[in-house]
Design a protein around this ligand. Structure first.
Ligand SMILES: NC(=O)C1=CN([C@@H]2O[C@H](COP(=O)(O)OP(=O)(O)OC[C@H]3O[C@@H](n4cnc5c(N)ncnc54)[C@H](OP(=O)(O)O)[C@@H]3O)[C@@H](O)[C@H]2O)C=CC1
Ligand SMILES: C[C@H]1O[C@H](OP(=O)(O)OP(=O)(O)OC[C@H]2O[C@@H](n3cnc4c(=O)[nH]c(N)nc43)[C@H](O)[C@@H]2O)[C@@H](O)[C@@H](O)C1=O
Length: 312
């Protein structure tokens, strides 16, 4: 990419898309194509075809998707499958037809087999059964990765896929039902502190393990790989360390300053027991994260207080 390359960030208002946009702007890029879902519904093949034919982007970051936490994935199973397949099919095919120089697709650590050996190596994809709660999302994401591979092998397109671990940061979704665990904890502990509640209820048993990466680190990795990686195999992007959900809860509780108790609602699913990324490939290509979890949670809580908390 050079500073005047025409860059389309699909999903630029989301957590990942907005982080990529912030980082590119900071790095001096200034030729962006940005459309909200109201302006361009990426599920609509005709609208996407016309948009690409008119705009002819050089580079595409595909960060638009139907995204949510464990309960959202399990509840809106049809939407997660249909919307993600439609969005990625439309963008990947239009990128091929309009000779996009390079495209990046985003997978997710939750699409590896549920009981794969740990840490998760890139080659473990499609070696076992998926986690039931997010099978539709995973099937769509796996199709996106395979599309990038197939368009590379049949048509020579420079389309790459990265596999982010669980993410958090500015512009995260703080909805209590549909969000991921980290934003849910920030909101729950904050509201409990403000309201003087004696306890906070969290989901599952607290024993699953998760790895978390700040969205600003993910954005930096995406741009680094866009500029330095052009191979068919996907690349894991994470920190290489994980915590139990209980440990996570203690850290968020301390950061927010809530002093009450934790209650575990075991009627809610635990999901995958563990999904720790093997990040040796990423490190060997020259990139490593910079924001550790404790610092990142503190940054996310500050951002919640300044930008999100008051809107809820
Ligand atoms: N969050 C996480 O923990 C992880 C996320 N990922 C992946 O990263 C990517 C981005 O996720 P994240 O930023 O968290 O998601 P967000 O929900 O924060 O953002 C998603 C974006 O997609 C856009 N979008 C959704 N549907 C449509 C549509 N029909 N037409 C146009 N735009 C649409 C939305 O646009 P608008 O705002 O205009 O409505 C929104 O900005 C996804 O591919 C996700 O799978 C991977 C691993 C973990
Ligand atoms: C990134 C990834 O995210 C999803 O997978 P997940 O990692 O299981 O998602 P999660 O963040 O929602 O939960 C992590 C853990 O935390 C527990 N947990 C406790 N208390 C709350 C709570 O209050 N909210 C939530 N959401 N979870 C809670 C929860 O029970 C689970 O054990 C995928 O569906 C998938 O689609 C995907 O891409």
């Amino acid at each position: 990419m050079n500073k005047s390359s025409k860059i389309y960030i699909a999903g630029h208002r989301g957590m990942v898309g907005s982080a990529i946009l912030r980082k590119l702007e900071k790095d001096g890029f200034d030729n962006f194509i940005l459309k909200t879902s109201k302006e361009l519904d990426l599920r609509n093949q005709q609208e996407v075809s016309i948009f690409f034919a008119n705009e002819k982007p050089d580079y595409v970051f595909l960060a638009a998707a139907k995204v949510g936490g464990i309960v959202a994935n399990n509840t809106y199973r049809a939407d997660f499958l249909y919307e993600n397949l439609a969005i990625q099919n439309n963008i990947i095919h239009a990128s091929y037809l309009n000779k996009v120089k390079k495209l990046m697709f985003l997978g997710s650590s939750c699409i590896y087999p549920k009981l794969a050996p740990q840490p998760l190596k890139e080659e473990y994809l499609l070696t076992g059964l998926l986690e039931q709660t997010n099978e539709p999302y995973a099937i769509a994401k796996i199709a996106g990765i395979k599309m990038c591979e197939a368009y590379r092998s049949q048509y020579g397109c420079d389309f790459i896929s990265v596999m982010p671990t669980n993410l958090y940061g500015p512009n995260d979704n703080y909805d209590l039902q549909n969000s991921h665990v980290l934003p849910a904890m920030i909101r729950k502990f904050h509201e409990a502190k403000v309201n003087g509640n004696l306890s906070v209820t969290l989901w599952g048993t607290g024993s699953p393990m998760r790895e978390f990466l700040h969205a600003d680190d993910l954005a930096a990795a995406c741009i680094y790989l866009m500029e330095n990686y052009s191979e068919p195999e996907l690349v894991n992007v994470g920190t290489g360390t994980d915590v139990t959900i209980k440990e996570l809860a203690e850290t968020v509780k301390e950061t927010v300053g809530f002093e009450g108790d934790l209650v575990w609602d075991t009627s809610k699913p635990d999901g995958t027991p563990r999904k720790l990324m093997d990040v040796s490939k990423l490190h060997s290509h020259g990139w490593k994260h910079t924001i550790d979890l404790k610092e990142g949670i503190s940054l996310a809580y500050q951002d919640f207080l300044q930008n999100t908390g008051l809107r809820l």
